[in-house]
Write a protein that binds this ligand. Sequence first.
Ligand SMILES: Cc1cc2nc3c(=O)[nH]c(=O)nc-3n(C[C@H](O)[C@H](O)[C@H](O)COP(=O)(O)OP(=O)(O)OC[C@H]3O[C@@H](n4cnc5c(N)ncnc54)[C@H](O)[C@@H]3O)c2cc1C
Length: 372
Amino acid sequence: MGGESDIFDVLIVGAGPAGATAAYRLASQERSVALVDAAKFPRQVPCAGWLSSRTNTLLSDLGVKVPAKMIQPFKDVTFHSADLSKTANPSFKDAPGLLVDRNEFDHALVKEAKKAGATLFEGHSVSELQIEETQVTANFADHQPVTGSLMILATGRSTRLFDRVGLAGGPPSSGYFAAEIRIDGLPKKKSPTVDVILGLDRAGAFGVVVGIDDRLVINVQCPGDKGDAIPSLISLCRHLKEADMVPGDYTHDAARAAVLVTPAAAALSMDTHVAKRTLVVGDAGGFVSAASGEGIYPSMWSASIAADVVQEALDAPSPQDVLMSFNTRWRTEMAEYLQPPNTDLQYLLPLIFSNQPMADRMGAAFFSGENI
Ligand SMILES: Cc1cc2nc3c(=O)[nH]c(=O)nc-3n(C[C@H](O)[C@H](O)[C@H](O)COP(=O)(O)OP(=O)(O)OC[C@H]3O[C@@H](n4cnc5c(N)ncnc54)[C@H](O)[C@@H]3O)c2cc1C
């Protein structure tokens, strides 16, 4: 690729795990890629930082090299009842997941995409998209336009550019909300721990507490009412303190936490992820697991499928026809992983705490997207 005024094969808007994965994949296949993000990396992301262990397989299939010390496998998982009076420890043959510092992890993926040949435009927010018959152009308030033959939209939870893309059926919406606090500078943990607090309310809200190195992340994910997230986080922090599971009283931090929309499983109800010369991936396409709120691995997974589709479309006489295949390709591979548990958890909860095979099945559902 020559100067910035040339047309790139692919314009990718958003350089989170989804955008960076697609950029890496396409750049390593000798495509010219413009990877654009409003933020400068490393950027701060609210996130508990746990990933399915399948991420390792995806990373090695793609050939992405994230430093091993950045990814810590965990096996120490405890399910708790909402009042923390009951516990269950699911057993796993291998570590069910990995813990990362999201800020470092996302930065590492962006560096890999750059190393593979993608051109990064960071610190510039796309204000407008111009979608024409043969190309897509991103406009900025503070930078000259960047044009690609095809586009991958990976803008996360932001829905600002959706109107410009003209996606039939509109952006993902799920009615799930998340709130989170992160505490750093605690005494260093010997090994990482993940505690999942189930059944915080009748609608199925749950909490996740991740302890790794000197940091602790406490979050809640609530289906339903936005107003439930902060009271739910405060109440969880209070219970955690009373049960001596955390070293301090974090209710004040919880009261000040931001409430974020999370598009859990919204991909499943979207009419299409294909617009003119465009595929939508990651959170922007609602690729988040309904059972656990896990979105990093699904976002990378959806992006790697999209990259393969785009790679094919770039050589096709009618690229749009090939782009359309994304709808069936991701559904075939990912739909089961994203869908909510096929059983009402209210009835299942007592069994999880009294029956080891049920605890194991809940573990497989939560961390590996399997059906209960
Ligand atoms: C509180 C909370 C905790 C979570 N914890 C976990 C967890 O432990 N594990 C897990 O797997 N998932 C977790 N998730 C979900 C996970 O963070 C997301 O699913 C994941 O970030 C999706 O990646 P993405 O690349 O699609 O989007 P993002 O990571 O959001 O990246 C989108 C990028 O697009 C850029 N962008 C947006 N608009 C524009 C624009 N107009 N111009 C240029 N750039 C733009 C943004 O700057 C951003 O960098 C959590 C979510 C929340 C809310």
